[in-house]
Design a protein around this ligand. Structure first.
Ligand SMILES: *[C@@H]1O[C@H](CO)[C@@H](O)[C@H](O)[C@H]1NC(C)=O
Ligand SMILES: *[C@@H]1O[C@H](CO)[C@@H](O)[C@H](O)[C@H]1NC(C)=O
Ligand SMILES: *[C@@H]1O[C@H](CO)[C@@H](O)[C@H](O)[C@H]1NC(C)=O
Ligand SMILES: *[C@@H]1O[C@H](CO)[C@@H](O)[C@H](O)[C@H]1NC(C)=O
Ligand SMILES: *[C@@H]1O[C@H](CO)[C@@H](O)[C@H](O)[C@H]1NC(C)=O
Ligand SMILES: *[C@@H]1O[C@H](CO)[C@@H](O)[C@H](O)[C@H]1NC(C)=O
Length: 651
């Protein structure tokens, strides 16, 4: 018995050892039994010595499998589900065989870095396949033409180390998941020859993707390709054979693109100069789209150009420039994001033959442009001013935003200009009395500056510009001193001076706001008043593009007991803050600028403040109700906050 113990211990430990190896060994044995032909030196009887079998690598303990590499061996058969127990596995490569059946789940194999299963004959892929593959760098499952249709899910976001994803021609459908913010290392994305639909995911923006192959989708990806303009690492871009629409974005930032395939889509608009001048461009295809404007002329360094002119909507042969009115009309179409309907019918070098356009008797000069009721988004291009004979311009019943370009007031022949039933905002240009200028109904924000529109931009020839979250944050930060919004409390005035009475509606501040601006003389009158009193020349205009509410000094004097000391709630570098009360009991805070800071500089700051305040609308910020300029007085009127924020922090 005394000798029995060591023997028992030895056999026990052998058993333990063999059971540890038996795990990985049994999975390898299962694999051996399910593939043919059996690789030389493999056995289907016993896993003994599997770590030295061809294509298998183990860790230093010689028990745990780290790599299985059996590519290009004409293997058929299947991969057993036991592969999912190989928890030390780093690399699994079976590409270029005829393996079939299900791709087993590899979920939660957290050490796995490489999966190459492409170019086989697999028929299904287990759901959750991508879960927990936190170390995965390369995933290749492409060229499995018999895979039953599957979707790339948001699980992909868990593969945070991914640099290469190749999944072409493997029956993927649905949308491309919007998870690319979670894949900061991704450089190669190949999803060609599938059935992806929907738009390019917004999270492509600012990604590090260099090679993007999304070409040849069965039904076609749709929407705009604008996001590629922000993918600055792009080198090779294959988007051909899809259903993309809209223009090519500004590619100035994409300095590494050498290969850009855009043929066979529905892209429209003028091919931007930023494409033609891409420094590394070698081959490019544009055929079979709806491109307009002059034929792009590529430098000799671009050696492969596929730009079949006849299959696009270019306005003149290469090297010939297009008619001025044609170019103006195309810039106008650009304001609306180059809708397809304006490229289908706008394809020669005389705008007088185009849909929606009427010319004079000689068929020379554009007289009427009728783009009413087209559901167009976007903006009114200032290029309408380049149509000198324009008499009638109908843009009503669309979905236009932004402001009405001032340049349109210069059109000498203009008779009718209808923008009703849109969603325009910003300053209302001053048209001559001879122009029948129709803004209502609709356009509730016209005469005001709205925060989301970037409405002061008048030069935008492309689609709507967006203010980023960062810009909003910046504006809010800038407003730490100058808080708030023009808003609604003003209508609570019970006794307004007579000239305001008519314009003010009691039911909503918005109504006050709009009517105060659009209702005739009020707007211009205030503007003139300010300009005449301002020591700053042109900046006075800017304030009033925002459409603020000017208050009479009498109202403020009354509310603050003629700026009585007793009403002072705070003092700061910029002046004194008074508490006040309007007739109806509304409490206000009045910021009275110190006259010493009110030089030219102070005036500029005062204007800047109003401009900022009217753009910022935020529930945590105090509302700016109005302002007053009277002689040397510069006053800002806010909602009163009893907590005293205005009296302390904000001056
Ligand atoms: C992977 O692990 C997570 C967390 O442990 C678990 O919720 C999930 O079900 C696992 N996935 C699979 C497919 O086993
Ligand atoms: C692929 O699998 C299908 C059935 O799933 C079979 O008909 C076909 O012959 C296989 N092809 C090859 C090359 O093995
Ligand atoms: C492609 O996907 C669409 C929508 O997901 C589907 O209706 C269509 O049948 C698919 N086409 C093919 C050939 O599978
Ligand atoms: C574009 O050019 C590159 C390099 O010359 C080449 O590798 C690539 O296949 C070309 N692409 C097409 C679609 O011709
Ligand atoms: C107008 O534009 C807005 C915002 O872009 C959109 O939500 C809305 O559906 C559009 N309306 C029409 C009629 O096109
Ligand atoms: C009109 O524009 C404003 C501000 O730009 C926006 O908040 C609103 O949703 C728009 N209305 C429609 C109907 O598109």
């Amino acid at each position: 018995m005394g000798q029995g113990h060591p023997a028992l211990l030895l056999s026990l430990s052998l058993l333990l050892l063999s059971s540890a190896t038996a795990d990985d060994g049994s999975a390898i044995l299962k694999l051996a039994k399910s593939i043919t032909p059996l690789p030389s030196d493999w056995s289907t009887k016993s896993p003994t010595g599997f770590c030295s079998w061809r294509g298998i690598k183990c860790d230093s303990s010689n028990t745990r499998v780290t790599s299985i590499s059996l590519s290009k061996l004409s293997l058929s058969g299947t991969l057993p589900p036991e592969i999912s127990t190989l928890s030390e596995l780093q690399s699994l490569t079976f590409q270029d065989n005829q393996l079939s059946g299900a791709i087993p789940s590899l979920a939660n194999l957290t050490k796995l870095q490489t999966i190459l299963l492409n170019t086989n004959n697999f028929t299904s892929i287990s759901p959750g396949f991508l879960q927990g593959l936190t170390s995965l760098q390369t995933l290749s499952v492409g060229d499995n033409v018999n895979l039953s249709p599957w979707q790339l899910t948001a699980d992909l976001a868990q593969c945070a180390s991914l640099t290469t994803l190749t999944a072409n021609e493997c029956n993927l459908f649905g949308s491309i998941p919007d998870v690319f913010e979670s894949l900061p290392s991704l450089q190669n994305l190949r999803l060609s020859y599938n059935n992806f639909t929907g738009a390019l995911p917004p999270s492509f923006a600012n990604s590090g993707i260099q090679n993007l192959w999304l070409n040849n989708q069965q039904n076609g990806l749709t929407g705009s390709i604008e996001v590629i303009g922000s993918m600055t690492q792009l080198a090779q871009v294959w988007l051909h054979k899809n259903e993309f629409t809209g223009p090519i974005p500004d590619l100035t930032g994409c300095k590494s693109i050498f290969d850009l395939q855009l043929r066979d889509n529905q892209l429209s608009g003028i091919v931007p100069a930023s494409l033609v001048s891409l420094p590394k461009l070698v081959n490019v295809s544009l055929s079979n789209n709806k491109f307009q404007g002059p034929v792009p002329q590529f430098p000799p360094s671009v050696t492969k150009v596929d730009n079949n002119v006849g299959n696009n909507k270019y306005c003149a042969p290469p090297g010939v420039s297009c008619d001025a009115q044609v170019m103006a009309m195309l810039e106008i179409a650009g304001g609306f994001g180059y809708p397809s309907i304006l490229s289908d019918g706008w394809d020669d070098n005389n705008a007088c033959g185009w849909a929606f356009v009427t010319c004079d008797a000689d068929k020379k000069n554009v007289v009427t442009v009728n783009l009413a009721k087209q559901h167009f988004p976007g903006r009114i291009s200032p290029s309408f001013a380049k149509l000198p004979s324009l008499k009638n311009l109908y843009l009503n019943d669309n979905n236009l935003t932004g402001s009405i370009p001032d340049s349109l007031t210069k059109l000498p022949e203009l008779v009718t200009f209808d923008v009703s039933n849109n969603n325009l905002s910003g300053k209302i240009p001053n048209f001559p009395a001879t122009v029948k200028f129709i803004t209502k109904p609709g356009n509730p924000f016209l005469g005001t500056e709205v925060e989301t529109g970037g409405g002061t931009t008048t030069s935008s020839d492309v689609g709507p510009t967006k203010i980023s979250g960062g810009m909003i944050a910046g504006i809010i930060a800038a407003a730490v001193i100058f808080i708030a919004v023009l808003s609604f409390v003003l209508y609570k005035y019970k006794k307004r001076p007579r000239k305001y009475e008519k314009k003010v509606e009691r039911d909503s501040g918005k109504a006050f706001f709009n009517n105060g601006i659009t209702g005739g003389g009020g707007y211009n009158k205030v503007s003139i008043e300010l300009n005449s009193q301002s020591s700053v020349d042109d900046s006075g205009k800017n304030i009033f593009e925002e459409g603020n509410v000017s208050l009479p000094i009498e109202v403020i004097r009354q509310a603050t007991d003629n700026f009585h000391e007793i009403n002072i709630t705070g003092r700061g570098g910029f002046g004194v803050v008074y508490k006040g009360e309007l007739h109806d009991g509304t409490e206000i805070a009045v910021k009275r600028m110190e006259s010493t800071v009110m030089g030219t500089k102070g005036m500029g700051e005062f204007q800047a403040e109003i401009a900022v305040l009217t753009k910022v609308r935020h529930r945590h910020l105090v509302a700016l109700l109005g302002f007053c300029i009277n002689g040397n007085e510069r006053l800002l009127v806010y909602e009163y906050m009893p907590q005293g924020t205005l009296g302390t922090a904000f001056i």
